[in-house]
Each structure stands twice: as structure tokens, then as C-alpha cells.
Design a protein around this ligand. Structure first.
Ligand code: GTP
Length: 423
């Protein structure tokens, strides 16, 4: 029997995802029509013998309960949310809830960072780990980045013959390796012995140094710095490299990128989730597009490629939408154009409006192309080119243009804007 843990952080994390995470926890933000971590859940349930999924974070239970209930009724595995009393770090929650993870004696358990997006090769990862589990405590999924990109990730030096991780540095200040940590792991239960030792040492240090005054809890443990770094070079961590698509969801820009890739994966795995435009009443579709069945779209609209349209959205005549996510209950008035943008829940775009952003996608022709998640502002303090984002319940008047701008929730715009953040 196998289990999986999805780490989702909490309200103070994911700040680069604002304003999209202001009204919905980031793990529930819909990408390709599904809450972000539902893609993780689907990858987990595809693994034979996976019986339980534990979602660990520090969001209040009330924000996750409906989602957990929906997932429980949709999938035939046990899905639970375990709330940390405060941020315990990427390993602190695993250690705190170790009894829940160990109960029923699973052969191994996966750990998935809730903010990664991927074509998760979990079965392959488990098979690789199982064959070597006598000596190894964990296997980390890795992928190749460029030298420059690697500095933003956990970097691993991997022995090419044994696949052992011989050295691990989280976000190094100078080049270490182009093999980076994907935030996707499989662990043997024995890992808790090592976590326990580390936990005890850190507790001693915490009280000895009077760290009670700092913000972090005494139980705070980081998987990367406190577990991977010291275990590297002991023969107990292995890495399995994947060439599957993988990215992180850090900024709103990366949501459009992930949306496109998840829609692409639907072609093989869930073609029923893609709109075809073949039904007489449907609008013109340029693949790939996901449209929630409850959306109302005029037959003269042209939608796609790479667009997701949420529940209860209304799209009027002659609208054109490309490379965008339209969240639930949004209204797009006739003849408007939406390009490289995210339109928040309940937002209203008037007639003949143009809402446009600039994507910062990696060049697909470059080897190891990865989404960069650029900073909001450049070194001169100017706004970097960005997709356009409307928070929830924003109103855009007819015949206006919004270009490369971010609008916080509940704003009623009265003019065109370019390269601005409307607070
Ligand atoms: P950044 O570039 O700073 O975002 O770092 P990172 O990519 O290494 O991400 P980070 O380590 O902050 O988080 C990795 C995953 O773990 C994300 O899905 C977070 O939501 C989750 N996470 C981070 N801190 C905590 C925590 O204290 N508790 C739990 N349960 N999850 C966490």
C-alpha cells in the first residue's frame, strides 16, 4: 500500500501569486479547469495501490473543507487535510503528522510540492525507488535546467552510475549543478528516524540559543536544507531524472503557462475535458480549450488556443479570447478581445474592450526551457512586462484598453491603463 502527501503551505506563502490568491487559496486556483492540487490528486490516484492522500498545510480547515469533501466523493481513495498549527516548513509538517503517514504501514509515501505543475511520473518514480529501497531512504525527481536557471532551485550533484545524490544545495549563490529538484519525492518510512534525529538536534539548538523570540516555531524543519543537504553523500538519497514537462506555479504568468501544458496533456489523458466546437450551438474553438459546461458562450465568439473558461461565465457575441484563463462568473461584453490575461471571478469586461498582457514564456526551441517566474519590478523599479490580471469583481468599462497591468479586486476602472498596478 502506498500513500501520498501534498504540501500546500498557507496564507502567508505564495505572495507572488497575488492578487489571484487574495480571494482563493493558491492550491485551489483553477488551472485547465481544475483546482491546482486536483492535478496532483489525479496523478496520485493513477498509481496502483495508492490508498490515502494527506494534504498538509496551515490554511484554516474552513478554506479547504468543501474541496476535500468534493475530492472524497469524486475519487475512491481517502483524502484528508491535516492543518499545521503554524508554518512548520516543508519537513516539519511531515514529521509532526508522522503517525498519520505511518499508520497502516505503507511501503512508501510520495511527497509532492503543491505548487509544482507536471506530467507527474509517479509510478516510474516508485518503481525506481522500490528496486533500491534496501539502501536508500528517498528518491528525488530531478530535471535539467540551464546553469543560470539552476540558481533558483535546489541543485544536486548526481553520480551518473549509481544515481546517488552526492551533494545538495538549495538555491546556491554560485553554480553547483544543472540537475534540479522538482519537489516530487518518494520516501521509505525509515526517513522518520533521520527526521527524528534532526528534529531533536534542532530543538536543542532552538532552546539553547533562545530562539523562542524568532518567528519560526521550534518544530520548523526544511526538507531541503535540514534533510536533503545532510543526507547527500551518504548513499541514502537517489535522484531520478525526468524529461516530462515540469514547472512551478509561483507567479500569475506561470499560471497561463501551466494552463497551456495541462490542456495539452488532456489530449492524451482526458480528451472529454477539451471543447471541440463541433456541436451546432458551440462557438469557434482553436484547440486546446476547456469550457465549463455551465458557461454561456455566443456562437460567434472565437476561443483559443490555450484558454480555460470557468463555471457560469458569460461571453457575448464576437468576443475573441486567446492564451487566457477566465474565472467563474466573469462576464465578457460583445466584441471584446482578451489576450494573455487572467480575468478574476465575477469580473466584468464591457463591450469593445481590449485586455492584453505580454507573456514571458521560455523559448520552446531552447534545450531545458523552463518558466522563469520573473520579478514583478525590474532593477529600475519599473513594472516588468506581465500578463494582464484582473482580481475578482473588477469592472472594465466598454471601449477601453488594459495593457500589461494588474488590477486588485473590487476596482471599478474608468479609463484605459498601460503598465500599471491599480491598488
Ligand atoms: P520559493 O522560491 O521561495 O517559493 O521556494 P520553493 O520553490 O523552494 O518553495 P517552498 O520551499 O517555499 O515551498 C515548496 C512547497 O512546500 C510549496 O508547495 C509550499 O506551499 C509548501 N510549503 C512551504 N512551506 C510550508 C510549510 O511550512 N508547511 C507546509 N505544509 N507546506 C509548506
Amino acid at each position: 500500500m502506498l500513500k501520498a502527501v501534498i504540501l500546500i503551505g498557507g496564507p502567508l506563502k505564495g505572495t507572488r501569486f497575488r492578487p489571484l490568491s487574495l480571494d482563493i487559496p493558491k492550491p485551489l486556483f483553477p488551472v485547465a479547469g481544475l483546482p491546482l492540487i486536483q492535478h496532483h490528486i489525479e496523478a496520485c490516484i493513477a498509481v496502483t495501490n495508492l490508498k490515502e492522500i494527506l494534504i498538509i498545510g496551515f490554511y484554516p480547515v474552513t478554506q479547504l473543507q468543501q474541496f476535500i469533501n468534493d475530492m472524497q466523493s469524486q475519487y475512491k481513495v481517502i483524502i484528508k487535510y491535516l492543518q499545521e498549527f503554524t508554518a512548520l516548513g516543508t519537513a516539519g509538517g511531515l514529521y509532526h503528522f508522522r503517525d498519520q503517514i505511518r499508520s497502516g504501514s505503507p511501503d512508501a509515501f510520495f511527497v509532492l510540492n503543491g505548487d509544482v505543475c507536471a506530467d507527474f511520473p509517479l509510478t516510474e518514480l516508485y518503481e525506481f525507488h522500490r528496486e533500491r529501497s534496501l539502501t536508500s531512504l528517498m528518491t528525488v525527481m530531478s530535471t535539467e535546467a540551464t546553469r543560470q536557471q539552476s540558481l533558483n532551485f535546489g541543485c544536486m550533484v548526481v553520480d551518473k552510475t549509481t544515481q546517488e545524490v552526492t551533494h545538495y544545495v538549495e538555491k546556491p549563490s554560485s553554480y553547483v549543478s544543472t540537475s534540479i529538484n522538482c519537489g516530487i519525492y518518494v520516501f521509505s518510512l525509515k526517513i522518520f528516524n533521520f527526521m527524528g534525529e534532526t528534529f531533536n538536534i534542532k530543538q536543542e539548538e532552538y532552546y539553547k540559543n533562545d530562539n523562542g523570540n524568532v518567528n519560526k516555531d521550534a518544530g520548523y524543519l526544511q526538507l531541503e536544507q535540514d534533510i536533503l543537504t545532510p543526507l547527500a553523500g551518504t548513499g541514502k538519497i537517489l535522484a531520478l531524472q525526468t524529461t516530462n514537462w515540469w514547472s512551478q506555479l509561483k507567479t500569475a504568468n506561470s499560471a497561463i503557462y501551466a494552463n497551456r501544458h495541462y490542456l495539452g496533456l488532456y489530449k492524451q489523458k482526458h480528451p472529454e475535458r477539451l471543447a471541440t466546437g463541433k456541436k451546432a450551438e458551440q462557438c469557434t474553438i482553436i484547440a486546446d480549450v476547456h469550457i465549463d459546461p455551465s458557461a454561456t458562450i455566443d456562437s460567434t465568439a472565437v476561443i483559443g488556443p490555450n484558454v480555460s473558461i470557468g463555471p457560469d461565465v458569460v461571453i457575448e457575441a464576437g468576443v475573441r479570447i486567446k492564451e487566457s484563463i477566465i474565472l467563474d462568473s466573469a462576464f465578457i461584453g460583445e466584441r471584446s478581445l482578451i489576450l494573455h490575461s487572467i480575468i478574476g471571478r465575477n469580473s466584468r469586461v464591457g463591450k469593445w474592450a481590449r485586455v492584453e498582457g505580454t507573456p514571458s514564456d521560455p523559448d520552446p526551441n531552447k534545450p531545458f526551457a523552463k518558466m522563469e517566474n520573473p520579478k514583478l519590478f525590474n532593477n529600475d523599479g519599473r513594472l516588468n512586462p506581465s500578463i494582464t490580471i484582473l482580481g475578482c469583481s473588477v469592472s472594465v468599462p466598454s471601449e477601453t484598453i488594459l495593457l500589461n497591468s494588474i488590477v486588485l479586486p473590487n476596482k471599478e476602472l474608468s479609463r484605459s491603463i498601460k503598465n500599471e498596478i491599480i491598488l
